[in-house]
Design a protein around this ligand. Sequence first.
Ligand code: NAD
Ligand code: UDX
Length: 463
Amino acid sequence: MKIKNICCIGAGYVGGPTMAVIAQKNPDIKVTVVDINAARIAAWNDEDLSKLPIYEPGLDQVVAGARNRNLFFSTDVDAAIEAADMIFISVNTPTKTYGQGKGMAADLKYIELCARQIARVAKTDKIVVEKSTLPVRTAQAIKSILHNTGNGVQFQILSNPEFLAEGTAVQDLMAPDRVLIGGEQTKEGFEAIQALVDIYATWVPLENILTTNLWSSELSKLTANAFLAQRVSSINALSELCEVTGADVNEVAIAIGKDSRIGPKFLKASVGFGGSCFQKDILNLVYIAKSYGLNEVADYWEQVIIMNDYQKRRFASKIIQTLYNTISGKKIAFLGWAFKKDTNDTRESAAIYVADQLMEEQAHIVVYDPKVTAQQMQADLNYLNTRSEADNEQNLTTVLNPYDACKDSHAVAVLTEWDEFKTYDWQKIYDEMKKPAFVFDGRGILDQSALETIGFHFYAIGK
Ligand code: NAD
Ligand code: UDX
């Protein structure tokens, strides 16, 4: 079976970059990315590539090469479904905010809407690919919706979770550690798996394309994120112990990372992990375990989130305590708002929670982030519902220049590890700050001894 026409529902952080790379590598396949968000589609179609809705290094070039050749962005979801022989579902699966499983389970309403729309529109056989991250056994529900249309159309469902990380999406898609494809273990299932393997095999070595049954594939995605987040919480837990014992968390990380069984990656102590995936996927895992009555399993994984929340609070508390237990009316500069460098994404960013806690103490926060807009910062704070929108606007301002953020501030806090922060004229920043001048490095990126020589009082996590 040779795929000629792909539709991807959801033009977000995953759908956009993933389809752009598939289109680039498969010029003979027509790829149409659709979304109900017209503004987002318009941005994907913008001639000015700096206006793409997602900032990812290298993405503009990939889009420029394939767009309007075999890569299209559209709001006509029905037409794209009808024309496609393979449909990726790449819509959001946020944590449920209502009803049963509120605050824990994944909200599958967008997935179900897609399945129902496919069932309604499809007139020819289709392979439906779960690209979104889903609870194990979701394919069962999708199958039951698709198989009850009564119009004779045949569907095969595959699970093909996405492992890209934001900020390195293009690089990760170009050279993935592995591509995972789960499908039914039947003749038709194997044919569908092979059709998707063929698409990836145009650029991914075959030994890096793993095929499994549906449930292993679905569960592997949640498991991978749980393991990754667990490493961050583990090193963050140790960071506090380092602070009270005189050990240095960076030295500990290097020492343990040299053990090939542990490995050096993902051991950077921080103000806490953010992003749209880790927390949501672990909460989902916890919920699934609980729903099977596996309470010890659920408690084990929940601890990763508890530790992460604690780390964010601990960082904010450190700022308050150090500034003589009173920050009311003080100006605190934030360098960074995004949840990590090289992205404009702020979902679950630690900066939001640290700012909220400091604003409860009546601090005035002034933020500089190279990619995040003032509107986004306000939306992030308003979403927490801690205070009125007017109060948020008054107590947190956004500036376009880092030196303006730091000028006259009592303290500078680094919330995101943007490379440019290391290159600033820290003497100038010091000269323009209130004294004593404090720096709280939540990402461990600044040169502590150089800054202390200038005169800063310096706090780094885990030292
Ligand atoms: P996103 O919110 O950026 O994009 C989802 C898009 O789907 C939105 O633009 C939304 O308008 C659209 N959409 C929702 N319902 C629709 C419908 N019925 N028809 C058409 N469009 C619809 O989300 P994302 O970050 O791209 O994540 C998508 C999925 O991929 C999630 O399940 C997520 O867990 C998973 N994932 C995300 C990442 C990541 O780094 N962001 C990495 C791996 C996996
Ligand atoms: C993650 C997974 O890495 C990716 O495979 C999956 O597809 C989606 O979720 P993402 O959230 O985009 O990707 O970024 P990631 O690099 O994993 O960072 C997540 C958070 O952990 C960030 O806030 C980052 O700053 C933090 N982090 C990461 C640390 O604090 N320390 C580390 O050592 C690594």
